[in-house]
Design a protein around this ligand. Structure first.
Ligand code: AMP
Length: 399
């Protein structure tokens, strides 16, 4: 079975074609600047590549480009779209409507549309992607939607209700939903496989640390809390997002700088975090380099990252009532040995011990804790696309 996994943003479309008999990648690519001018890049694992700057006025034309790359020319991997059995879409916001992945129907599309208000930047683009996909692949091709917040739907109300007037929850569904759920779920599943036992009876924290970052506290295999909230802004310092800040500090800055709500959003999402503190970059590698060269604000940004991570992990250990395993994933979690080292050193007081040689790894699945560490610590590279493909396969096989 071959599954196409797609992630549609307002001006982008990322795809992976996966062979589910071996769970291996057949081809992948990216359409960028959709609706602006257009750039397409498609590659295959054996090193073939196609690239062009053809105009991409909308998602339908972008999908036509994907079709061309998969079925013709240098990167041809299939004879026709008939060889693709189903399509899996990543959807950022499923609200409280969707707790699981589902087959796309008109009713499901209506549900995603109703949630546009909660994720205006994402859900509208996802819907455009689903519609465009149906036009290019045909309505009879099964499409499945996999929601970013679904894995967090097991949180109890004490973790997801914000202490603002309850009527806003009732009227507008304002609450913590959490994101990166597909990544947290993949890592939790992988952890169970590595341990060779189910996560029932286990207390686990998954630290997804990348440009966007979130932690999840997982008890008995179910999320009991997560750091992101109504939007992917809450939690700890990220690349260019501020994470949790005294809400009054934001309204104070807004008034002083005469910022509109949209400008305030821009400030919190695009100008804050590692970038805002260091003034150097939102990319951790640049910040680490600058700090190594003596840049004091870059050092401060790193201090904040290590400190906030420690503080939030500590909070989740308390929420879980202990910890059996800590898993690092995503760009920083998988690659930054120094971030892992600093955070694990801060956790020595609860019995975390890591082997520094093993920790000096990048992008590989490794147990980095020592045999006598009270808490097991792992680096587990995430694979959201594979998780989406697995869900899609399961749903399609049971049709
Ligand atoms: P993601 O959003 O998961 O793609 O993660 C992007 C983040 O991972 C960026 O801040 C990168 O600087 C960081 N990253 C990727 N590779 C490395 C590396 N080798 N060392 C440190 N940070 C890295």
């Amino acid at each position: 079975m071959k599954i196409l996994v797609v992630n549609c943003g307002s001006s982008s479309l990322k795809y992976q074609l996966i062979d589910m008999s071996t769970e291996t990648l057949i081809a992948k690519g990216l359409c960028e600047r959709i609706g602006v001018d257009g750039h397409f890049e498609g590659t295959t694992p054996d090193g073939r590549k196609t690239e062009n700057d053809n105009l991409l006025p909308n998602h339908k034309i972008a999908f036509m480009e994907v079709k061309k790359a998969l079925t013709e020319g240098e990167t041809k991997v299939i004879d026709s779209l008939d060889e693709i059995d189903a399509i899996g879409h990543r959807i950022v916001q499923g609200g409280a409507l969707f707790n699981d992945s589902v087959l796309v129907t008109d009713e499901v599309k209506k549900g995603i549309e109703e949630l546009i208000d909660l994720a205006p930047l994402h859900n509208e683009a996802h819907l455009q992607g689903i519609n465009a996909c149906q036009e290019v692949f045909g309505k009879e091709k099964p499409e499945v939607v996999v929601f970013d917040n679904a894995f967090h739907s097991t949180m109890p109300p004490k973790a997801f209700i914000f202490p603002v007037p309850y009527e806003y929850y009732e009227k507008y569904k304002v609450r913590r939903y959490g994101f990166h759920g597909t990544s947290h779920r993949y890592v939790a599943h992988r952890l169970a496989e590595i341990l060779g036992e189910s996560l029932v009876g286990k207390k686990v924290i998954v630290a997804h640390i990348g440009n966007g970052s979130s932690l999840s506290a997982i008890k008995d295999g179910k999320v009991i809390d997560t750091t992101m909230g109504l939007t992917p802004l809450d939690g700890f310092i990220m690349g260019s997002r501020c994470g949790g800040v005294d809400p009054s500090a934001i309204t104070y800055i807004q008034a002083k700088e005469d910022l509109s709500p949209a400008e305030t959003d821009q400030m919190m999402n695009k100008k804050s975090g590692l970038l805002g503190i260091s003034g150097v970059s939102s990319d951790l590698r640049d910040v680490e380099d600058a700090a190594a060269n003596g840049n004091e604000r870059a050092k401060l940004a790193l201090d904040l990252l290590y400190y906030q991570l420690t503080k939030y992990i500590g909070g989740f250990i308390a929420a879980l009532g202990g910890l059996d395993a800590l898993c690092f994933t995503a760009g920083i979690g998988e690659n930054s040995a120094s971030t892992r080292l600093q955070v694990c050193k801060n956790l020595e007081y609860i019995g975390v011990k890591i082997d520094e040689d093993k920790n000096n790894c990048s992008g590989k699945e490794v147990e980095i804790s020592t045999p006598d560490s009270k808490i097991k610590v792992f680096v587990i590279p995430t694979n959201e696309e594979l998780m989406i493909a697995r869900d899609t396969k399961e749903i399609v096989e049971n049709l």
